[in-house]
Ligand binder design. Structure first.
Ligand SMILES: Nc1ncnc2c1ncn2[C@@H]1O[C@H](COP(=O)(O)OP(=O)(O)OP(=O)(O)O)[C@@H](O)[C@H]1O
Ligand SMILES: [Mg+2]
Length: 440
């Protein structure tokens, strides 16, 4: 006996022949079945109302209700749908066999009954009914698992949809932020350009005083010559000479004015090959007189034959002017400090000449770079301040004197030129700024 045909199983034997019921009870009971019997179809239907057997053996020919009707009535009861029903038909009664199957019988056995075969047949039916049951429940479990899976897929899809829409929302948000950022960056660039321009205009204002002196000097020369021409009798040669000097000096004045005009013009960066020495000469054209007035000696040690750099000459000039005015202020600051430290010798110290030097040369360490050094004999920069001087609005100057923008703008321009700027040296003897410009 295998697990599938485990006994006891209850069999209901439905037959109007008491002998058969008796023999069935005995032989099947002996074979391990629990046997209950019914004398006809009606009785059988009554019995299943209370409890269902595991298997039914049903006689075909019975009074009151034949086996076929009983069988189909049993199949109408939902709990009896899967109970194996074995119908006992007459031998070779093909018609009955067909009808038995039509009424829902699981199998048939012919009369007279061979009890030994019956036992095996019953076991086989039970086994297949149980296997069928297992398949059914496996199917059911599969269906439930499938349903559960579908539900989970549906839930997950919903979840994913939700996440997706959140993501879309976030992407939208980011795009908006990006747009804001782009606009803010645009505004910032604009502001920076305005800042550069206003710093430039501010330095022009400051330069104006110096420029007045620059212009005054040739004007005096012109005036002197024209007065002497009017008053004195002059030779042809004197006249030619005087006119030449006048022309030369008006030329100098025109070039100062021209330069001031082009420097103040707002310009987008205009990168061209630039001779750095020319930029330096033009910067001194603007500030030279001013430095002289403040008793600051300046020296230009400009290497000849330097290759051009790629840059915007106006902006590079702004860098030089920022460094030169800072040097000028540092020299004056040093005078003030000395005066406060030594009030007695103040007047003598005040008069001491400051020194400013601008050097250009090819860099020894960095190939293809020109080095521009701006050296002053000023007050120096305290060590802990060196990191801050390029920050916008960092100034040690009194209110109204410095905006703190000079070096931050200088830094911006230097970066724009793919160049570098640093404090090469600073101390009580003064400060040296170094700019490294890549050659074109
Ligand atoms: N050559 C220098 N010697 C000593 N200190 C310097 C020198 N150059 C700059 N500094 C220091 O760095 C600070 C910042 O310089 P920056 O040119 O940015 O602004 P500022 O000169 O104070 O003002 P602005 O240039 O806007 O008129 C100065 O206030 C000064 O303290
Ligand atoms: Mg400055």
């Amino acid at each position: 006996m295998t697990a599938n045909d485990r006994l006891p199983a209850e069999i209901m034997v439905v037959d109007d022949d008491p002998t058969i019921r008796f023999i069935a009870g005995k032989t099947l009971g002996k074979a391990g079945f629990d046997v209950r019997t019914a004398g006809n179809g009606k009785e059988a239907l009554e019995q299943v109302k209370d409890s269902f057997p595991d298997i039914i053996m049903l006689d075909v020919v019975m009074p009151e209700m034949d086996g076929f009707t009983t069988c189909s009535n049993l199949r109408d009861i939902s709990a009896c749908k899967d109970i194996p029903i074995l119908m006992a038909t007459g031998l070779d009664d093909i018609d009955s066999i067909h009808r038995a199957y039509e009424a829902g019988a699981t199998d048939f056995i012919t009369k007279p009954i061979n009890w030994l075969i019956l036992e095996h047949r019953l076991r086989y039916l039970l086994r297949s009914a149980r296997a069928f049951g297992s398949i059914r429940s496996a199917e059911e479990a599969l269906r439930r698992a499938h349903e559960e899976l579908e539900q989970r897929v549906e839930e997950r899809t919903l979840e994913l949809k939700k996440i997706n829409s959140q993501l879309q929302e976030e992407i939208g948000h980011r795009r908006q932020m990006e747009e804001h950022l782009r606009k803010a960056y645009g505004d910032l660039k604009n502001t920076q350009a305005q800042l550069v321009q206003s710093a430039k205009l501010a330095s022009i204002g400051e330069l104006a005083a110096g420029v007045v002196h620059e212009l005054n000097q040739p004007l005096m020369v012109i005036r002197g010559y024209s007065q002497s021409l009017r008053r004195n009798r002059v030779t042809e040669e004197d006249l030619a000479n005087a006119l030449e000097r006048i022309e030369k000096n008006t030329g100098r004045m025109a070039s100062i004015i021209d330069h001031l005009r082009s420097f103040s013009r707002q310009s987008q960066s205009d990168f061209k090959p630039v001779r750095i020495n020319t930029v330096i000469e033009e910067s001194f054209l603007m500030v030279g007189e001013q430095l002289r007035l403040r008793n600051i000696e300046f020296f230009k040690k400009l290497s000849a034959d330097l290759p051009p750099v790629k840059g915007d000459s106006n902006k590079l000039e702004q860098v030089l002017l920022n460094l030169i005015t800072n040097a000028r202020d540092a020299i004056e600051e040093k005078r003030k400090i000395r005066a406060s430290e030594n009030p007695a010798g103040a007047s003598a110290q005040d008069g001491s000449a400051g020194r400013l030097e601008v050097i250009t040369r090819l860099s020894e360490n960095r190939k293809d770079h020109i080095e521009v050094l701006v050296k002053d004999s000023g007050c120096g920069i305290p060590r802990d301040m060196i990191d801050k001087i390029f920050d916008p609005f960092f100034t040690t100057k009194e209110v109204g004197k410095g905006t703190g923008l000079g070096l931050s703008i200088t830094y911006g321009i230097v970066k724009e030129h793919h160049a570098e700027i640093e404090v090469a040296d600073t101390g009580s003897n003064g400060t040296t700024f170094r700019i490294l410009l890549p050659v074109e």
